[in-house]
Write a protein that binds this ligand. Structure first.
Ligand code: HEM
Length: 472
């Protein structure tokens, strides 16, 4: 049988490069991306041409079209080599987003290579998300302990009542401590990692060199753990795929670190915000089940991965009102898709518990967040949020919701700060910082080593939190 020829874009359909585009990353987008999505939708329909740092990109806005792009993996490819403008040397020199896309790891692979890489992630992550395994139990206990230590640190530094930024003084250090524990980072590497991840996550002119340094740090971590394997994700990834070189493993850890720090951290902050802006009864009655639902609501209102990573068209295809040509770049926007979902489904889809799960906060299709990673991310978010409401008798936003500063990048949207006026419970004020728990020991046990590592990290985090201001 003869193969069916694929459709070709009609000659009168406008190619992406010929369309006038509006830059996406403007001050308006920073303050109110919803208004920008609405305007683009009214001008162009479900798919709009936009400028991303000087490069034209198709932004996919409507829920149905976003799902199509996420789920149809044979049409929408992840490998950057499918991108025609890159292959033909048409990108502006030093285009700032290319450095990240050139880091070849799971997210930017297709087909069997991609499926094999996901199996490695699954196998290595599984023990940590399983509460019944020793690793899972220990990680759960560590997340809660780190949260308590940060609250204790806040009480020691700022008192039982006062003002705090739950981003800089709680969420970001917590996630960095969890990363150090999960990845098995020794203290020397921990200090370096903390500084470079924050520089890298800040973006801007130094992000290229910071990405290079972070990659080098994760490669060194891989080499370190190869020489001294432990009960950590780095060692388990090597066990799951013994063929991984230190460089390959370093790239995978680098990507996981971004999800674990920036994305999971933003999910914690967005969920805290969802609770803080809710009424007092909602807050008091937070049980584990309701917390899960609050996370879903936060993901629907403000998905941390607001615009998902680029896909590249394998063939010419109609999408929305346009023809997308083979090799064109598209960015599926989960934030815009949620806006569309809320608009079309306000009467019957989003009012119930089931419907909030229709969010695309975890992605969809072949590249969606691996289930073991989702479980782990969910566990960290609910523990981090739950601990705040266990320890704080009172926590009120010190800024009106519409004045909170957001950081809206090409992919991530997250709160820069989450300022609160707080009052801690008497029990919370009596929590001990790691410094207060120093236990002399001639031969360091695993838990003692863990405490030392935490102390080392806390020392550097303290410098970042209370020494120099980090504006992200
Ligand atoms: C609440 C926290 C998290 C959220 C909201 C989240 C969200 C996402 C999303 C939206 C994607 C798909 C991106 C796309 O298709 O362009 C993704 C992929 C991924 N996530 Fe997560 N994630 C979270 C936590 C984590 C954690 C903790 C890890 C690992 C430690 C992780 C590892 C991954 C990996 C490896 C992928 C790539 C999968 C692939 O390309 O096949 N994520 N995540």
């Amino acid at each position: 049988m003869e193969a069916q020829p694929h459709a070709v874009a009609p000659a009168d359909s406008p190619p992406l490069g010929t369309l006038p585009v509006q830059p996406l990353l403007t001050a308006e987008f920073d303050a109110d991306p919803g208004a920008v999505y609405r305007r683009l939708r009214s001008m162009y329909g479900p798919v709009a041409p936009v400028g991303l740092m000087g490069v034209p990109v198709w932004l996919v806005l409507d829920y149905r079209e976003v799902l199509e792009v996420l789920k149809n993996e044979s049409q929408w490819r992840r490998d950057v080599r499918y991108w025609r403008a890159r292959a033909q040397g048409e990108l502006p020199p030093g285009w700032p987003l290319l450095a990240g896309y050139e880091v070849r790891q799971t997210m930017f692979m297709d087909d069997e290579e991609h499926r094999a890489a996901r199996r490695t992630h699954h196998a290595a992550l599984r023990p940590f998300q399983d509460a019944k395994s020793p690793e899972g139990w220990e990680l759960r206990a560590a997340v809660a302990r780190y949260a308590d230590e940060l609250v204790a640190l806040l009480a020691a530094e700022s008192g039982r009542t006062g003002f705090a930024d739950l981003g800089a003084q709680y969420t970001r250090p917590l996630l960095l401590m969890v990363t150090a524990k999960l990845f098995g980072c020794p203290v020397e590497l921990g200090d370096e990692l903390v500084m470079d991840l924050w520089r890298m996550l800040d973006g801007g002119p130094d992000s290229g060199p910071a990405t290079g340094r972070a990659l080098a740090a994760f490669t060194r971590l891989a080499a370190h753990r190869r020489a001294r394997p432990g009960d950590d994700l780095t060692s388990y990834m090597m066990l799951a795929d013994p063929d991984l070189t230190d460089e390959q493993l370093g790239r995978e850890l680098f990507m996981n670190a971004v999800y674990l720090n920036d994305i999971t951290g933003n999910m914690v902050l967005n969920t805290l915000l969802e609770v803080l802006r809710g009424n007092a009864t909602v807050r008091r009655s937070l049980s584990a089940g309701q917390l899960g639902e609050t996370v879903n609501r936060a993901a629907l209102a403000n998905p941390p991965v607001a615009n998902m990573c680029f896909r590249f068209a394998a063939r010419d295809v109609p999408l929305g009102r346009f023809w997308i040509r083979a090799g064109d770049i598209v960015s599926p926007s989960s934030a815009a898709a949620h806006q569309d979902l809320l608009a079309i489904g306000s009467s019957h889809m989003v009012g119930s518990t089931v419907s909030t799960r229709a969010h695309l906060g975890w992605g969809a299709g072949a590249h969606q967040c691996p289930s073991a990673a989702r479980e782990l991310g969910g566990l960290i978010v609910t523990t981090a949020v739950g601990r705040v409401f266990d320890h704080f008798i009172r926590a009120e936003l010190t800024l009106p919701c519409d004045q909170l500063p957001w950081r809206s990048g090409p992919v991530v949207r997250g709160l820069r700060v989450l300022p609160v006026r707080y009052e801690l419970s008497a029990d919370a004020a009596a929590l001990r910082t790691p410094d207060a728990r120093r236990t002399p020991s001639a031969s360091p046990s695993a838990s003692h080593r863990d405490e030392n590592r935490t102390r080392g990290l806390l020392a550097s985090l303290r410098r970042l939190m209370f020494g120099g201001k980090q504006d992200r």
